[in-house]
Write a protein that binds this ligand. Structure first.
Ligand SMILES: [Zn+2]
Length: 50
C-alpha cells in the first residue's frame, strides 16, 4: 500500500498539486487539521488548498 503519492492539495501560489512527501507539519486546531507543505514547484511553504 503505497501512500507516498497521496495528494495533499494544490499550491495557492502556482496551482501545482502537492503530494504527501512534501508535508512539513500537521497539527490540530480548533477548526480542524492544519497542514503546511513545501511546494515542489515554487518552493514556497504553503497551506495546500483544494
Ligand atoms: Zn507553488
Amino acid at each position: 500500500m503505497a501512500t507516498e503519492s497521496a495528494r495533499l492539495g494544490v499550491c495557492p501560489n502556482c496551482d501545482d498539486s502537492i503530494t504527501n512527501g512534501y508535508l512539513l507539519i500537521e497539527y490540530e486546531t480548533e477548526s480542524g487539521l492544519e497542514r503546511f507543505a513545501e511546494c515542489p514547484n515554487c518552493r514556497e511553504i504553503v497551506h495546500p488548498g483544494r
